[in-house]
Design a protein around this ligand. Structure first.
Ligand code: PLP
Length: 408
C-alpha cells in the first residue's frame, strides 16, 4: 500500500464546525425546520463596496483587450497594490518597510498555514489557548506537534488566555522557537496593547524566537492609539512576520486577497550553520509553489485604498462594530459577562454558572434556536465560553438576543 505522511493520521477531523452543523441539522429535523439564527458565523455578510465592484469591472475589461491583458503576474504581487499597502497601512502609522517585504497572496489562512514549512521539523511552537485552529493544525500536519492526547499536543507550548490574565498570554516558562500571536484575537475578540506586544518582541529577541503575528482583524481596531501592526514596536522587524487580509477589512472572503510582511532582517540558521534570510526563503517557497492572486482581484484590493473605497469600507466596518456594541450592551443587561467586541467582530461570552460550553450551546440551540460557537472547540482554556460574532444583520442579531433573554 502507498505510504502517507503519518502526521495526517494523528490529526483529529475538523470536529468543531462539523459537529455544530450536525447538531443544528438534528434540531431542525426535530422542529419542523424552525428558523435558526446564527451568531456563530465567521464570514462577512455585507457585499463588496461599490469602489471595489467598479475596479473589478474595469480590470475585467482590461483582460478582454490584447493591449491590456495580463497573464502571470509578478511573484510577490503587483507594484500598484504593494505601494498602496505600504503607504496606507504602514507609512501613515510611522512604519517603514521596503516594498518587496510585502508578499501579496490569496489568503492569510494559506500564508499562515504555509509559513511553518520554513521552520525546522522539530521546532517547538507556542500557541495561545484558545486559538485559531489553523496555527496548530498546519504544524501538526508537518509532524511538529508530537502526540495528541486529552485535547493537547505533547510538543506544543500552550499560552492560556483567560479573564484572569486579561486575555494577554504570559511569557512561557519553556522557550519555544516560534510564537503565534493574533490581535485582535480570534476567538476572544481582545487586543494586545503596545506594552504586551513590546514584551513579546523583547522576549523573542532575547530568546532567538520568531513571532507569527496574525493581524487579520486589525481594521476593527477602533482606538488609534492601539498598535495595528507588530512593526509599530521597535525591533519587531528582527523577529516577526505579519499576516494581513482583505477578507474582514473589505469583505474579500469570497474574492480572496491578503498579504504577508516578511522583513529582510529576519535570519535563521540551517543545521550546518548556514545563515539564511526568511525573506529569501519565503520568496523561494512562494515562487515554487504559488502563482499569485489574480490581476483583477489585486485591482479590486487596490480600490479599497481609494478615498471612496476607504469611506465605503469604513461604513461597513462601522455597521459590524455597532452590532457588536449592541451585543455587548444587551448581554451585559442580561447579567452575562462578555469580553472582546470593541476592536473586533467577536464577542467572547462567559457561560452562566460555569456551564460547559457545549452544554450552553445546546441550551441556546434547543431553547432559543440560536447558534453560537462553543469555546472548548478553540482549546482547553475556551471551556466555559462561547464565541458570538457581529457578522449577522443587526435585525437578526437583535432577534437572537431577544430569544436569548427569554431563555435566560
Ligand atoms: N486569521 C484569522 C485569525 C482568521 O480568523 C481568519 C479567518 O477567519 C483568517 C486568518 C483567514 O483569512 P483569509 O480569509 O485571508 O484566509
Amino acid at each position: 500500500m502507498p505510504r502517507i505522511n503519518n502526521a495526517y493520521a494523528s490529526l483529529s477531523s475538523s470536529y468543531l464546525f462539523s459537529e455544530i452543523a450536525r447538531r443544528v441539522r438534528a434540531f431542525q429535523a426535530g422542529n419542523h425546520g424552525k428558523d435558526v439564527i446564527s451568531l456563530g458565523i465567521g464570514d462577512v455578510s455585507q457585499p463588496l463596496v461599490p469602489a471595489v465592484i467598479e475596479a473589478l469591472h474595469r480590470a475585467a475589461d482590461e483582460m478582454a483587450d490584447a493591449g491590456t491583458f495580463r497573464g502571470y503576474g509578478p511573484e510577490q504581487g503587483y507594484a500598484f497594490l504593494r505601494r498602496a499597502i505600504l503607504e496606507h497601512d504602514f507609512r501613515r502609522r510611522g512604519v517603514d518597510l521596503d516594498e518587496d517585504e510585502i508578499f501579496i497572496s490569496d489568503g492569510a489562512k494559506s500564508d499562515v498555514g504555509n509559513f511553518q514549512e520554513l521552520f525546522a521539523p522539530d521546532a517547538v511552537i507556542a500557541l495561545t489557548d484558545p486559538v485559531y485552529p489553523v496555527y496548530v493544525d498546519s504544524n501538526a500536519m508537518s509532524g511538529r506537534c508530537g502526540g495528541y492526547a486529552g485535547g493537547k499536543w505533547s510538543r506544543v507550548v500552550y499560552l492560556p488566555c483567560t479573564a484572569e490574565n486579561n486575555f494577554e498570554p504570559d511569557l512561557p516558562e519553556t522557550r519555544p522557537d516560534v510564537i503565534y500571536l493574533c490581535s485582535p484575537n480570534n476567538p476572544t475578540g481582545t487586543v494586545l496593547g503596545r506594552d504586551a506586544l513590546r514584551r513579546w518582541v523583547d522576549y523573542a529577541r532575547e530568546n532567538d524566537a520568531f513571532i507569527m503575528f496574525d493581524a487579520a482583524y486589525e481594521s476593527f481596531i477602533a482606538d488609534p492609539e492601539q498598535p495595528r501592526s507588530i512593526f509599530e514596536i521597535e525591533g519587531a522587524d528582527e523577529v516577526a512576520v505579519e499576516f494581513r487580509s482583505f477578507s474582514k477589512t473589505a469583505g474579500f472572503t469570497g474574492l480572496r486577497c491578503a498579504y504577508t510582511i516578511v522583513p529582510k532582517k529576519l535570519k535563521a540558521a540551517a543545521d550546518d550553520g548556514t545563515v539564511l534570510s526568511l525573506h529569501g526563503m519565503w520568496l523561494r517557497r512562494q515562487s515554487t509553489k504559488y502563482n499569485g492572486c489574480s490581476y483583477v482581484v489585486q485591482r479590486a484590493a487596490e480600490a479599497v485604498f481609494s478615498p471612496s473605497g476607504q469611506a465605503q469600507t469604513a461604513n461597513v466596518l462601522n455597521g459590524y462594530r455597532s452590532t457588536a456594541a449592541m451585543m455587548l450592551q444587551r448581554l451585559g443587561k442580561m447579567g452575562l459577562c462578555a469580553y472582546g467586541g470593541i476592536h473586533s467582530p467577536y464577542v467572547w461570552l462567559q457561560t452562566p454558572d460555569g456551564m460547559p460550553s457545549w452544554e450552553f450551546f445546546d441550551l441556546l440551540l434547543n431553547r432559543a434556536a440560536v447558534v453560537c460557537t462553543p469555546g472548548a472547540g478553540f482549546g482547553a482554556s475556551g471551556e466555559h465560553y462561547v464565541r458570538m460574532t457581529a457578522f449577522n444583520s443587526p435585525e437578526n442579531t437583535s432577534a437572537a438576543l431577544d430569544r436569548l433573554a427569554s431563555v435566560l
